[in-house]
Design a protein around this ligand. Sequence first.
Ligand code: GLN
Ligand code: ZN
Length: 769
Amino acid sequence: MTTKSAAAAARATVYGYPRQGKNRELKKAVEGYWAGTVTAEALRTTAAGLRGETWRQLAAAGVGEVPTGDFSYYDQVLDTTVMVGAIPPRHRAAVAADALDGYFAMARGTQDAPPLEMTKWFDTNYHYLVPELGPDTVFTADSGKQTAELREALALGLTPRPVLVGPVTYLLLAEPAPGVPAGFDPLTLLDRLLPVYAEVLADLRAAGAEWVQLDEPALVQDRTPAELNAAARAYRDLGALTARPKLLVASYFDRLGEALPVLAKAPVEGLAVDFTGSAAANLGELAAAGGLPGKRLVAGVVDGRNIWVDDLERSLGTLGTLLGLADRVDVAASCSLLHVPLDTAAERDIDPQILRWLSFARQKTAEIVTLARGLTHGTGAIAGELAANRAARSSRAASPITRDPAVRARTAAVTETDAHRSEPYGVRTVAQRTRLGLPLLPTTTIGSFPQTGELRTARAELRAGRIDSAAYEKRIEAEIRDVVDFQEKAGIDVLVHGEPERNDMVQYFAERLTGYLATRHGWVQSYGTRYVRPPILAGDISRPEPMTVRWTAYAQSLTSRPVKGMLTGPVTMLAWSFVRDDQPLADTARQVALALRDEVHDLEAAGSSVIQVDEPALRETLPLRAADQPAYLAWATEAFRLTTAGVRPSTQIHTHMCYADFGDIVQAIDELDADVISLEAARSHMRIARELAAHGYPREAGPGVYDIHSPRVPTTEEIVRLLRAGLQAVPAERLWVNPDCGLKTRGLPETRASLRNLVAAARTVRAEV
Ligand code: GLN
Ligand code: ZN
């Protein structure tokens, strides 16, 4: 290999950018459109303005090729569904009547047509709308959105590179449409889909695109030989087209593995490959495969999913190695910058000494440009940037926030026994039964009660200084009294305090733990117009004082029934935060677990006989590759046990999970060694209960019998039916009766009616067993 390619100037590029705008203008415009206060025209103008601003900023920063088509009113996978004409029959009339309204109807549903299902985009916190396909699906090309955005960027004098979800990933993300047998494999539609992609590519070429990016992140997951063959065929066919732009096939979120040689051999002009985190293995695998002679390599060296400044010297090292492996090497983030906030400059409350450790989309763009310059002109050309980068990184490494000796000593001293209950479940359950005296099929809820407008107002008033904390706490106490009183009257057995003091189940704890950082404007799209502000696990984690005891103890003082203490578990704390990149996740999880363990002990000391530690995110951070999953599950379950295992045998530990199919991690659920688990199950008619039973799960379980995702009040008879189904899988002595999840998004009247029906159903079924 020669290094002559070093002479070709390396370009800086990005695959996608946050869409919302500095002040979340997009959210406001879209929601305004839904509410009827913003016209379609005004929405389009706002959107075009945001795109233009992003592109101009990227170009001004030195990005050579700007992405187009990555913008979305709601979701890029839904945009792809429109592009290939795969509109579900139930939405066709709406789409035909008005494309924009039809688009939102697919995303959000209408009175008579439910929306597409939504699920997580790989292991990120972004959610996409799942394509619904079947043997009758007919694809038709609609390149309108893509060509229009391309023309907008061309009109600004820029070099645009349209970004599309690739055909293989599109099909692999799809599900059989309603009514289509579950065994239907959408990948069988590939031959029908490729001509549509060919047409879109031809349109983009005709409209002036030199390169088009096709995103194939599904190829970083374990793939069958048939799926790899499909990928090979797709790119052989698309590569063989004559009227087409140059093709850049992009992968991210993990290593390509067996898909790497497939793509390397494909007749496409370029590959974009992730070299960060667990994808770093791509480097060795690329070298082993003989590199990409004759191709363009876009190297994702800056972590697109985290918020830490890059290690520029290390990235330059990686890029230098890659120069020998491809015809041309360009520089990018590992994935779209959609998954990080926009700009650290907006964070006025973070100490400037710490702020310089952080890098959001705008700063990452600058890092990419710097690296491209360094790669082209040598390190001398970026000496100033390298010095600043080194200084920022060493200030972080040396900071007492980063390393707290007390926390380190404590984590180092953790032993096997700390993560194990003192007695096996068989002994604990007897002690717990005696202490709690619950009926068969005990009833409980998952934690939160409806978050009323008054509560949100109270929080806003506290923040604004219009009320003091004493007044705020009075309001929280009043809310707790209402919630406890209702539960007692309704006849619920294990009560909750209702979580009125919590804005968010992760943020609440993050704000109370040392080592965590909160942002003011660090919004990241979760789905549609919903944005979250993940806190940052910035340093070593410790708990300066109890976080929840005051509220749980207050609730307990109002009733003789047990009130569950309520905490967010360590894995979920990590999953919904930005994590450290300077130590293994397992170490961070351990620190968080020890801080939570202190809270568990304080709750127990204050009289809690039941403590719930929620882990809804346990399944969602499961690594994409099966080979990496056992190690993850080992530290994740250990962190949960470290949080909970120090309690007395008579103290009952609950956990809760939702949002996903847990069928494939039942073994890990078992390893949590929680006394009781509640799970989402109402919609799947207790499937998880059957899966637990099939595994031989030995402890108590509450598969949800009330679907809290809808305002609908389930009838007593319906809940009775679900409970009888539950009893087929879980014996009566071990079955709990509870909703699917917390009630914070529900209205008060429907919640009360539903819970009364739930208690009535439990009583009916109790009489039968
Ligand atoms: N205890 C939390 C609640 O009830 C659990 C939320 C969740 O599972 N996402 O709100
Ligand atoms: Zn839940």
